[in-house]
Design a binder for this molecule. Structure first.
Ligand SMILES: [Zn+2]
Length: 268
């Protein structure tokens, strides 16, 4: 609905600009700044128009209140694992679920502004809700799942890590399983490059400084049939990372970097 509204607003703006131009036939060809900007906007189609991107904000804020549902074993792609986990938190109690949600909603807005259709694996961040499970998170966006006639173009799963206090930095996780591995690895490299460019440091405690890890034990990655990355954007137990992850400015920088990665991955 939000996207439809913004599209309608853009259409109305374009229509009124057209009407204004048509109303002054023979007027001197001296474009105002507004007209120039309008012409440029019209000449540049939204770069992600026609693309569908799945954003998976890790965990759900209420998971810890529903242990039975969260601990139920589900298919995680060749193994069975708990439906989900509670996620981690900073030392001051800022939850990973909320961090992931805030980065995800900023990322959603940035991608929609570029014309993309965005599918979120959860629609709210609530203490009174749980899930979805990792099997659902993994399959959302696949062709045929929930009646989807066409596969989504890519998926980004957003997390914060809960490692030893001394380690900091981001790492990108890519599947080891055959299928989407080549395209997911490409997306992983572009995501790492975008986070590098945004000034975030690579993990000091895993991935040997390469910033990318390949794993075969994550349902979110194993069950996805589209290029997918999971990002651990920082270590929430590390005070410096935690400060960045708690701040609006930090959340915005993470989202902008992920939007840049998606755009680079999808540009022709
Ligand atoms: Zn997580």
């Amino acid at each position: 609905m939000r996207r439809l509204t913004s599209l309608l607003a853009a259409a109305a703006l374009a229509a009124s600009a057209g009407t204004a131009a048509a109303a002054v036939p023979g007027a001197p060809a001296r474009p105002t700044v507004a007209e120039g900007a309008g012409a440029r906007a019209a000449a540049t189609p939204a770069p992600l128009a026609g693309r569908t991107i799945v954003i998976d904000p890790g965990h759900q804020l209420g998971n810890s209140r529903f242990p039975k549902r969260i601990n139920r074993l589900v298919d995680a792609g060749g193994l069975r694992k708990p439906c989900n986990t509670t996620g981690t938190a900073t030392a001051s109690g800022f939850a990973e679920a909320t961090f992931a949600w805030r980065v995800a909603t900023r990322l959603r807005d940035a991608l929609q502004a570029q014309g993309a259709t965005v599918v979120m694996t959860r629609s709210l961040n609530s203490r009174h809700r749980w899930g979805p499970c990792v099997d659902v998170r993994g399959r959302i966006g696949n062709k045929g799942y929930r009646g989807r006639s066409r596969a989504a173009d890519l998926k980004i799963s957003i997390h914060g890590d809960g490692a030893a206090r001394s380690g900091r930095g981001f790492h990108v996780i890519v599947t080891k399983k055959r299928g989407t591995v080549v395209r997911s690895l490409r997306l992983g490299r572009l995501t790492r490059a975008a986070l590098d460019d945004a000034g975030f440091r690579r993990s000091t405690y895993t991935a040997g400084g390469r910033g990318i890890v390949r794993r075969s034990d994550l349902g979110t990655l194993n069950l996805s049939r589209i290029p997918t990355v999971m990002v651990e954007l920082g270590n929430m137990r590390n005070p410096r990372d935690a400060r960045t992850m708690r701040s609006s400015a930090g959340q915005r920088r993470y989202a902008q970097a992920l939007a840049a990665a998606a755009r680079r991955a999808l540009q022709p």
